[in-house]
Design a protein around this ligand. Structure first.
Ligand code: MN
Length: 711
């Protein structure tokens, strides 16, 4: 089934994709097996068998205590002694291999201790109480979770109940799932000894349950290997074909990717950017997908370039250099730094083409982003320990990069869902949604949503339950109904009513795909039993007119003192996302919920609307601002080097690019959106002029500038 079977001379279990991971020596697990046979060493010396585990663990955690690992190994080895794997190897090789997988990914000591013991309670005389007494509550909790998962697994593969049981464990402690994933990976690696029907059954469970979870937990390294193992079992013909394709490419004398990598190293060195340029071979499934998508594959299609840098800002520096010195394929550009994927993933994605037509995909990220991209939650330690300095941004999403948004949201939904069934059914829908789109907010922020998401989903993703007050949206500058389904790259401006008594509409449920939206709406509906409603109002202008309302104006109990930028001591000031005011714009402001004052440009649509509903303005003037952030849209005719020229013009004005997005060109036109940090607001007109002066650029405007609206 795998390379293992085709190459009996290879020592130890080898995965189909293993040889693709050049540059990272794989540890010979069979050697561990033999060392394990020798049993624990006398006294407190570390047994040889866990030498590899310890080495891998210390590489990530130099200060980690080793004593728990030693004791866990001794207990596991003695209790599993005499048991054999189907392959004929001593059973202890399995927990050792699982633990090694986790150690290499950077798991912390508690997880590794539990991993060594993960099969003891299920398969040996060891009791959970014994584990608790000897290793503490936390390790016992993890072992118990894995033991329970073990039993779940053998039910029908993708039944809701299976998910529910698995997620009960995951939802409570994601480390349990980490151990389960590593356990499954080792079992998949060694599946060749099973009957074909059993291989297929286990592979399907892996495909339907474990791989989606690995994806959502951000454990890319495990996910790709599991994908290849499943591919080999469930699609043997395509697998063989792909393997031959890769072998044929490897046998070619020249490697265009290596050549482009070398060129890139020179470019970056000349630019003075410290960066590592690596070649990442695609895994089998990825090669297969690329082939299905593109037909014939060229040499550079068999892998990607991975550029690793030290600082976030260097990522954009690398991007600028590569786009300047190669021809960028603008449609391939994605900024997952400004908008991390739901599973924490951060990188810049682009592609550059060479004169001979070879196109190299490039991933640009920092070393820290790389670690998170590979290991996801496995490297995070205890997700329930309060983060060192928890930051919450204006959207309520935890800004702490070590807490996956998905996990945070999962825990939030669990709290918010009216009942367990609602939680599980919405979560299952979420798991079934395998594609994400990214939409942009006028303030330059972004939202990751499942494909098919509507403005309703965007509203709840951005505002949480405050989205009940959403009254409409602009999509790419045009008024749109809240039911509008969003496409990747759309810019969505949500129009929020200022009335605290605003309510969501029952029919929003028909347009909500995300659990966050569905749960929030359902919860509101269950706590507000239906009353006879007049004809449904057209979406886009729902809230302000309907039903009796609380008095308009500043929220009760928080009188907005007219006259900081606002002349109001102690007020928290926010620049409105809809119109991104910048000095010296004429501005006005309104008090919003929570004692916050939002500053708008005087000509903003929102201002007129709020005035018309009788809201009191708060006096504001610009203080001594030095730095400011602004979103600019550059509309251009598509041409090579355009992005490079624009980013260069921006750099020449000493302006930093916070994020950038390039929409795929349509009819020869392309739209770039940049969120920029200006050293000084007065440089904005000069910057916009400089951008407009670039060949092919026919307009540069502020994001959501009223003048930009063409509807
Ligand atoms: Mn196991």
């Amino acid at each position: 089934m795998s390379a293992e079977a085709t190459n009996p001379a290879t020592p130890g279990p080898i995965t189909p994709g293993a040889h693709r991971r050049r540059g990272r020596p794989r540890i010979d697990l069979r050697r561990i097996g033999w060392a394990a046979l020798l049993g624990p060493a006398a006294g407190n010396r570390l047994p040889d068998a866990i030498g590899h585990v310890v080495e891998a663990h210390r590489a990530h955690h130099p200060e980690a205590p080793l004593e728990p690992l030693r004791r866990a190994y001794v207990l596991a080895e003695s209790s599993h002694r005499g048991q054999m794997r189907k392959s004929g190897e001593p059973y202890i090789t399995h927990p050792l291999a699982v633990t090694l997988i986790l150690a290499e990914l950077g798991a912390e000591t508690t997880t590794l201790t539990a991993s060594l013991l993960h099969d003891t309670v299920e398969d040996t005389e060891v009791t959970l109480d014994q584990v608790r007494t000897e290793f503490g509550e936390e390790v016992a909790y993890l072992v118990d979770g894995v033991t329970k998962l073990e039993k779940v697994d053998y039910g029908a593969a993708a039944e809701p109940e299976t998910f529910r049981k698995m997620l009960v464990a995951t939802g409570n402690d994601v480390r349990v799932m980490s151990i389960k994933l590593a356990d499954r990976l080792h079992n998949m690696r060694t599946l060749g000894v099973m009957r074909p029907e059993k291989q297929a059954r286990i592979a399907k469970v892996t495909r339907d349950v474990l791989i989606p979870l690995a994806e959502r937990l951000g454990v890319q390294a495990l996910k790709t290997e599991l994908e290849d193992l499943v591919f080999a079992i469930l699609h043997p013909d395509e697998y063989t074909e792909t393997r031959e394709l890769i072998a044929a490419n490897d046998a070619r004398g020249t490697d265009p990717l290596a050549e482009i990598a070398e060129d890139a190293r020179v470019v970056l060195k000349d630019a003075g950017i410290a960066a590592e340029v690596l070649i990442r071979p695609r895994h089998f499934v990825s090669v297969h997908r690329a082939r299905r998508k593109r037909g014939t594959l060229r040499g550079a299609d068999f892998g990607r370039l991975l550029v690793l840098v030290g600082e976030d800002a260097d990522c954009y520096g690398v991007l600028g250099e590569l786009h300047t010195c190669f021809t960028p394929v603008v449609s391939e550009f994605k900024d997952f730094i400004a908008v991390p994927k739901f599973n924490l993933y951060q990188s810049l994605h682009t592609a550059v083409s060479r004169g001979d037509g070879e196109v190299a995909e490039v991933l640009i990220r920092t070393h820290q982003m790389h670690k998170v991209a590979e290991a996801g939650v496995v490297a995070l330690g205890n997700p329930y320990a309060p983060p060192a300095d928890e930051q919450t941004d204006s959207t309520g999403e935890r800004a702490d990069p070590t807490r996956p948004g998905w996990l945070s949201r999962l825990l939030d939904w669990q709290e918010a869902a009216p009942d367990a069934d609602t939680f599980w059914s919405t979560l299952r829908e979420d798991l079934a949604q395998d594609r994400e789109i990214t939409v942009f907010r006028p303030d330059g922020g972004t939202l990751g949503l499942p494909a098919g998401a509507s403005c309703v989903d965007a509203a709840y993703a951005q505002y949480g339950e405050d989205a009940h007050a959403c009254i409409g949206a602009r999509v790419n500058g045009r008024l749109a109904t809240l039911s509008t389904v969003l496409s990747d790259g759309d810019t969505v401006q949500l129009l929020m009513g200022q009335d605290p008594a605003s309510e969501p509409s029952r029919d929003w449920l028909d347009h909500a795909r995300t659990p966050a939206a569905r749960i929030a709406i359902r919860r509101w509906l269950t706590t507000h039993p239906a009353t006879p409603q007049p004809e449904p109002e057209p979406e886009g202008r729902r809230a302000p007119e309907s039903a009796p309302r609380a008095p308009q104006g500043a929220p009760a109990g928080r009188p907005a003192e007219a006259n900081a930028v606002v002349d109001q001591p102690g007020a928290s000031v926010r620049l409105a996302g809809c119109c991104t005011p910048v000095p010296p714009d004429a501005v006005t402001a309104f008090a919003v919920r929570g004692g916050v004052v939002t500053v708008h440009r005087a000509e903003c649509h929102g201002v007129a609307r709020m005035k018309s509903t009788g809201r009191a303005e708060v006096g504001v003037r610009w203080g001594d601002t030095t730095q400011c952030r602004v979103s600019l849209i550059a509309e251009s005719f598509s041409r090579p080097h355009l992005l490079a020229d624009l980013t260069e013009a921006i750099a020449l004005e000493s302006v930093a690019v916070i994020s950038a997005t390039v929409e795929p060109p349509t009819q020869g036109r392309v739209r770039h959106t940049y969120t920029l940090q200006l050293p000084d607001a007065t440089t904005l007109p000069g910057l916009m002029r400089a951008m407009r002066n670039i060949a092919g650029v026919y307009d540069v405007s502020r994001a959501q500038h009223p003048a930009q609206t063409t509807s």
